[in-house]
Design a protein. Structure first.
Length: 164
């Protein structure tokens, strides 16, 4: 975990992880559209060190005095190198991206399962509370009905006694 992440609280860490997930998805999508845009090493570098982090470290700056001078002879400079075919070179990159993407999907599924389980538990608790409240209300109504019946029967007895 980076020093930056350790300083953050849980919600900030969660946001940072989600930003990383989004960055991986963007990277995965960009490699699908433009396979020539990033090499395998560049993708790993992007995944391990996000652009914001590189800028904080000062690695994002490109200065001319950092560059090595071109020491090739003029004859070789004009010569275009023959490029080998890269059809198999993309497979490890694809496998890495697929693995990362599948891990993200599994994490998302797990988060959704946990969320659904929490919602189910909360709903069941509310249902239990409502059922308990309804039982108490029904019991109160039964008691009130019994009280009314007793009062009615006592009233009928008084009326009968008054008629005699």
């Amino acid at each position: 975990m980076t020093k930056h992440c350790r300083l953050l609280d849980n919600s900030d860490t969660f946001i940072h992880e989600k930003r990383t997930d989004i960055r991986v998805l963007d990277l995965f999508a960009s490699t699908r559209r433009e396979p020539w845009s990033h090499t395998h090493q560049e993708n790993k570098k992007l995944l391990l060190h996000p652009p914001e982090e590189r800028m904080r470290r000062g690695q994002g700056k490109s200065t001319s005095n950092n560059r090595k001078p071109n020491k090739t002879t003029p004859e070789t400079r004009n010569h275009t190198p023959v490029r080998p075919e890269h059809h198999n070179a993309d497979e490890p990159e694809d496998n890495d991206l697929k693995r990362i993407f599948m891990k993200m999907i599994e994490d998302l599924k797990e988060d959704m399962r946990k969320s659904l389980k929490e919602m189910e538990e909360k709903t069941n608790k509310k249902i239990q509370d409502i059922n308990k409240s309804l039982k108490e209300t029904v019991q109160d109504l039964k008691t009130e009905i019994e009280t009314i019946k007793k009062a009615q029967s006592e009233g009928m007895l008084e009326i009968e006694n008054l008629d005699k």
